[in-house]
Design a binder for this molecule. Structure first.
Ligand SMILES: [Zn+2]
Length: 109
């Protein structure tokens, strides 16, 4: 990743910035919504920022820290929450979500 480039969307983030203004806005919205809403409402909440959808999708799939994309992290949290509701112990992790998603994608090709 080049200096001054946003770690999420790859656009210019300013000289010392790691995240551009729009992705900062998205991150703040993610922090507000995560753990409180389902995935549909979560996406609607991000769309309410007025940021273009292709950029939101790019943001969701980016993995600037190598900890899993925002999409996988949020999916993991929602799955863990669902497992708790259903009385299943354990927790889902972002790498596991990614692994499952990749295997599903392979099967549907
Ligand atoms: Zn950005």
């Amino acid at each position: 990743m080049a200096m001054g480039q946003c770690g999420y969307c790859g656009e210019r983030a300013g000289l010392f910035g790691k995240v551009c203004a729009e992705c900062k806005k998205l991150l703040a919205r993610v922090a507000e919504l995560r753990g409180k809403v389902g995935f549909g409402e979560f996406l609607d909440g991000l769309a309410e920022t007025g940021i273009a959808k292709p950029k939101i999708l790019k943001f969701l799939d980016a993995d600037p820290d190598g900890k899993g994309s925002v999409r996988d992290q949020v999916t993991a949290e929602m799955t863990t929450e669902l497992m708790k509701v259903m009385g299943i112990s354990g927790r889902q992790t972002a790498p596991e979500v990614k692994r499952i998603r990749n295997s599903v994608n392979k099967e549907s090709d």
